[in-house]
Design a protein around this ligand. Structure first.
Ligand SMILES: [Zn+2]
Length: 212
């Protein structure tokens, strides 16, 4: 999977328009490598923004710049909801490209990331909430919505995740993602025993990751 930075995301369908960053491959090489290296503060910003991993079932990507026997792989993608209303999507391997191959993301993306603050409930959040609550909606969309709604620290996001947690079918299909999102919304303020075992596993898993 290789895409030019800032091109529209078309890897698969998604309930919101996204732009690509960091989908590197050998056709275009390491994009941005000729620009000055990323400032340490920007690198830190990007690392801390890359925290909610979605779509982990999509399959594995291998780094095309490392020797084949190094088998550096990633699975899943990060989505970045910026205050300016844009959404960007990068493969999990973006952190490896930044650290090991001199990848530099485009300035327009970095500028958006530098605007920090709480996201206010907006059309993106409302679209994700509606998708999650709609039993007729595409399951992949609903799973993405469960993962991404905690980007908004808003009771409506938590309500929608709780709705999914108490839906028997969703609890089986996306228990890990629901568990991860409950931890993202509530931190330690929940008990794994109160949820079905598939979700309890997700809660324990997310807590382990937070401690690492
Ligand atoms: Zn590599």
């Amino acid at each position: 999977m290789e895409y030019l930075d800032l091109s529209p995301y078309e890897y698969r369908s998604f309930p919101l328009p996204l732009r690509n960053v960091g989908w590197l491959g050998t056709e275009w090489g390491v994009q941005g490598v000729d620009l000055p290296p990323l400032a340490a503060a920007d690198l830190q910003l990007l690392r801390s923004a890359s925290r909610l991993l979605g779509s982990v079932t999509l399959g594995t990507h291998r780094c095309e710049f490392c020797p084949e026997d190094a088998a550096v792989t990633g699975n899943g993608e990060y989505r970045y909801y910026l205050l300016n209303g844009d959404v960007y999507c990068a493969p999990e391997m973006v952190l490896h490209y930044l650290g090991d191959h001199g990848y530099r993301p485009p300035d327009v993306f970095l500028q958006g990331l530098r605007e920090t603050g709480e996201l206010e409930w907006d059309d993106r959040a409302e679209r994700l909430r509606k998708v999650l609550l709609d039993p007729e909606a595409d399951l992949g969309f609903r799973c993405a919505a469960v993962v991404d709604l905690p980007n908004w620290r808003d009771a409506r996001a938590l309500d929608a995740v709780q709705f999914a947690a108490h839906d028997e079918e969703l609890a089986v299909i996306m228990g890990v993602e629901i568990g991860q999102s409950l931890v993202a919304c509530l931190g330690d303020d929940l008990r794994a025993e109160d949820y079905p075992s598939t979700i309890g596993y997700g809660i324990d898993h997310a807590r382990r990751l937070r401690r690492e």
